[in-house]
Design a protein around this ligand. Structure first.
Ligand SMILES: [Zn+2]
Length: 358
């Protein structure tokens, strides 16, 4: 479903004051699910929502202001830091979600939002189902996930699903321009955004990274033409994926910092746990892998883009005839990456194999 129709659907629920008890926001990573879920939350909680507005809120009332600073009494935000959300975690850190049964104090609705909802295990899922039944109308559960098929079927079937997908580059470009990015930068950033709003935003905000991605694709075609500098290609590749990884890490840390006021209210123990999670090496490795995967996707996309358009150079004309073999090489590199092979070796091997494609 396109972002416009999704927004219209959410807006219709609000306008009719017929909002579902439980909503699941699903879709690929970096398309802006959590952002949209938060915008919807704010519209749900706002005390003076402008009439006829889609997802707007007044921006002045208590919940509107409080939400900017993070979770508060009427808004619970769960950011799982373990492989599973267990009953023990919900009991120790969220008091069994007992707030779900109470009417909101400052807001029109009480919202309990769970990110990475696919990590709810069966026991916690059963507990949630009971809450869906017992909670008053003023309580809304919002679940967010990249893996809708891993969400417990019992939970998923009880939720209205809002499915987001990648957006056309033109749409992302217009959205960037609307938010103040200059048209040239918006066009270039959205070309490499892979349909993902979060990626478009990162590229538009960091011109150096955007230029890096552009030089990476040039270096890629030079290698394919067998006149490129392989070491140079690898160093641009590593620099681009490291910079992207830093951005993704920063975004994640911002979310954690945003949840901290709540942690302070709940005591030092949770705050300490959050801080420990923040520096978890496993999570940092996951982020780095995802940045490397996105960088490989840039190569693949550049190839397809060139292959489908008028060839601009001898290299790309040549690349067109080998497009399947080259994408297969990139696919293989991605598989190896997931198997934790030595990255430096892998990228040199990729550059050498690409150079031999002539
Ligand atoms: Zn408001």
């Amino acid at each position: 479903m396109g972002q416009d129709s999704v927004v219209a659907r959410l807006g219709r629920w609000l306008a009719l004051d017929h909002t579902p008890t439980s909503v699941l926001f699903s879709g690929p990573p970096m398309v802006g699910k959590t952002t949209l879920a938060l915008i919807y939350t704010r519209a749900l909680m706002c005390m003076n929502r402008p009439k006829g507005a889609l997802l707007e809120c007044c921006g002045e009332c208590f919940p509107c202001k409080a939400l900017l600073a993070g979770p508060f009494s009427d808004f619970t935000f769960v950011l799982p830091r373990t492989k599973q959300i267990t009953v023990q975690i919900v009991s120790e850190e969220y008091d069994d979600f007992s707030v779900a049964l109470r009417h909101p104090v400052h807001s029109r609705k009480r919202v309990i939002m769970i990110d990475n909802a696919h990590t709810l295990n069966e026991q916690t899922g059963n507990m949630m189902l009971k809450l869906f039944e017992e909670a008053p109308d003023a309580t809304v559960f919002i679940l967010v996930t990249d893996h809708p098929y891993d969400v417990l079927p019992t939970i998923r079937s009880r939720c209205e699903e809002i499915r987001l997908c990648e957006e056309p580059a033109l749409f992302l470009s217009e959205k960037l321009i609307e938010s103040g990015t200059d048209p040239d930068c918006a066009k270039r950033a959205s070309r490499f955004a892979q349909g993902k709003w979060v990626l478009a935003r990162i590229l538009a905000d960091d011109k150096k990274l955007l230029e890096g991605v552009e030089s990476l694709t040039s270096a890629f075609f030079e290698i394919l033409g067998d006149y490129g500098d392989k070491a140079g290609f690898v160093s641009v590749f590593v620099e681009v994926s490291n910079t992207l990884s830093e951005h993704l890490e920063k975004r994640e840390k911002e979310v954690i910092a945003w949840t901290l006021p709540d942690a302070k209210a709940l005591g030092l123990k949770k705050k300490k746990e959050l801080e420990r999670w923040e520096v978890s090496q496993t999570r940092l490795n996951e982020i780095a892998r995802s940045a490397q995967k996105t960088t490989l996707d840039w190569l693949r996309e550049a190839l397809v883009h060139e292959g489908c358009n008028t060839p601009v150079s001898e290299a790309s004309a040549f690349a067109r005839s080998n497009i399947l073999e080259i994408t297969a090489l990139i696919d293989r590199a991605e598989t190896w990456l997931m198997q934790n092979v030595n990255e430096d070796y892998l990228f040199y091997a990729l550059a050498s194999s690409l150079g031999r494609m002539r």
